[in-house]
Design a protein around this ligand. Structure first.
Ligand code: FAD
Length: 495
């Protein structure tokens, strides 16, 4: 026929950070990868504030760290928050010690159109066959496994392609994720809606925090304020889902009203005009983003990035989970393609680590919302740790099941609730110590919750800096696997 069926080792659906990461990490091991992306890059996406592990860990492993450094993105030392008991803004710095200059304790604020294009071009450069303007419409599978995809080319012609593995990295709008583990499980606790847009400038925080994300809690929710360029600021409001109708009817008016309801952000933008340049001239809305899946793989197929799961915009975990999940999947795929017969063991490692990381962020973000107190506010009253519902607690136990391995207390909703309450209290105490901190130690690292959340990131950063973690990496579970030296596969842990 005119469109003969083609075969690959791996087919990746979607060219965002998750897809660009998994495809490049597989191609770097010499395998044949097809990546199908429905848009033509550069394309707009939200999610502009990054974490250090993406910049210094994943980007380094993929060979794109220097290009990131040259791209001129705004360096981000951490976050500044007007949130919690303290009426004054406080800093959340990535550095273990604010005084000692650690070369990997910063990230970037990125225009996603540019960042995503850098990652996708890198995938192409290392050998991925990238097809933009093409759409995957279905999955080819039999009883045993997934064996390929159906896709449409740029002219609308229908094609089929076969592969040992299909990776769904097609984001929150994925149509094919139900092929793995059925429906998404949505969170009630994080059931928010966001309305966001851009200003052509705006005030900056005092140095050295001028690149920080600024987040301010107010009566109806919270606002993010991200300095992307001197002449461009991303501003978004996260409010209760109950506002959905008003927000969707007239996003621009709702957005302006919410900004005006938050004195700090309103002050930063006094007299600053909205951005008029595309794609920043629009006010956009997103909701229904907080979900996970009961399974993240089946024979022949894996889910990564927003196709698999996302928690909440606060604290910038989305691109981290997407790129980290992509890397984990690539390690398992690379092992199978290199001839390891134990597909189940390799993908169980991917799934356990990914769920673990998601569970940690889920727990930490609940603690973070719990910090802020406002008895008069509907939004904040519903975001106390005590408002996490039983169903969600049970799901959380499953998510973090392997987390405190062998911890018998994690067997029911009651103890899980206690664990969450304890985490929130622990984090709250660390934040309260911030104002008295000297500049030698970052008190946030005294919180177990905080430390755990940044632990995997720290391992990735050390790998970037020193070519490997400072101490031999411990397996997540007894008998589990650890990352190879180049970060692209799994190996047995040292005895
Ligand atoms: P995407 O970036 O969505 O990429 C998926 C790609 O797949 C797209 O390019 C799409 O065109 C393509 N695609 C879709 N369907 C098909 C198909 N059928 N065939 C082929 N291609 C297809 N994260 C952060 O790290 N920091 C933040 O500050 C942050 N803020 C956020 C604020 C809000 C309001 C929300 C909702 C999210 C935020 N996030 C943030 C999360 C972040 O946006 C996502 O986690 C991240 O973009 C996920 O990357 P991805 O590669 O999985 O998916």
């Amino acid at each position: 026929s005119a469109n003969p069926r083609q075969d690959f080792d791996v087919i990746v659906v979607g060219g965002g950070p998750a897809g660009a990461t998994v495809s490049a990490a597989v191609a770097l091991r010499g395998h044949r990868v097809l990546l199908v992306e429905k848009e033509t890059f550069p394309r707009y996406q939200i999610g502009e504030s990054l974490l250090p592990s993406t910049v210094h860990g994943v980007c380094r492993i993929l060979g794109v760290e220097d290009e990131m450094a040259r791209a001129g993105f705004k360096p981000k030392r951490g976050g500044t928050f007007r949130w919690g008991r303290n009426p004054e803004p406080w800093q959340f710095s990535f550095a273990l010690s604010p005084r000692l200059a650690d070369p990997t304790s910063f990230a970037y604020q990125v225009e996603r159109s540019r960042f995503d294009a850098i990652l996708l071009d890198n995938a192409r450069r290392v050998g991925v066959d990238v097809r933009e303007g093409c759409r995957v419409t279905g999955v080819l599978a039999d009883e045993e496994r997934v064996r390929g995809v159906r896709w449409t080319g740029p002219g609308g012609e229908v094609r089929e392609a076969g592969a040992r593995y299909v990776v769904d990295a097609s984001g929150n709008g994925s149509r094919i994720h139900p092929h793995v583990g059925g429906k998404r499980i949505h969170s009630d606790f994080f059931r928010n809606i966001a309305v966001f847009g851009y200003f052509a400038g705006g005030a900056r925080l005092p140095a050295p925090n001028e690149g920080n994300i600024f987040c301010a809690a107010f009566d109806e929710g919270w606002l993010w304020y991200i300095p992307l360029r001197d002449d461009l600021t991303s501003v978004g409001a996260v409010v209760a889902r109950e506002h959905a109708e008003a927000v969707q009817r007239d996003p621009a008016t709702a957005w302006r009203r919410l900004i005006d309801a938050c004195p700090e952000v309103r002050g930063f933008l006094d007299g600053v005009p909205r951005a008029t340049q595309r794609p920043y001239d629009q006010v956009r809305v997103r909701k229904d983003w907080s979900y996970w899946k009961s399974r993240l793989w089946r024979p022949g197929m894996a889910l990564v990035g927003d196709a698999a799961c996302f928690v909440d915009p606060v604290l910038s975990s989305g691109v981290h989970l997407a790129t980290y999940g992509g890397l984990l999947a690539a390690r398992s795929i690379n092992g199978c393609l290199a001839g390891d017969p134990d597909e189940s063991r390799l993908f169980a490692e991917f799934e356990a680590r990914y769920r673990h990381e998601y569970g940690l962020f889920h727990e930490f973000l609940v603690s973070f919302y719990d910090l802020h107190q406002d008895e008069r506010s509907y939004f904040w009253k519903a975001r106390k740790v005590t408002s996490v519902g039983t169903t969600e607690l049970e799901a959380f136990v499953e998510l973090v099941g392997g987390l405190a391995s062998g911890d018998a207390s994690l067997t029911g909703a009651g103890p899980a609730g206690e664990r969450l309450t304890a985490s929130a209290g622990d984090f709250e105490r660390a934040v309260r110590r911030l104002p008295d901190a000297d500049d030698l130690r970052n008190p946030l690292y005294e919180s177990e919750t905080f430390r755990q959340v940044f632990q995997e990131g720290t391992v990735l950063q050390e790998r970037g800096l020193f070519g490997g973690p400072l101490e031999p990496e411990a397996p997540l579970r007894p008998g589990g696997l650890v990352a190879s030296e180049d970060g692209l596969a799994w190996v047995e842990a040292e005895a």
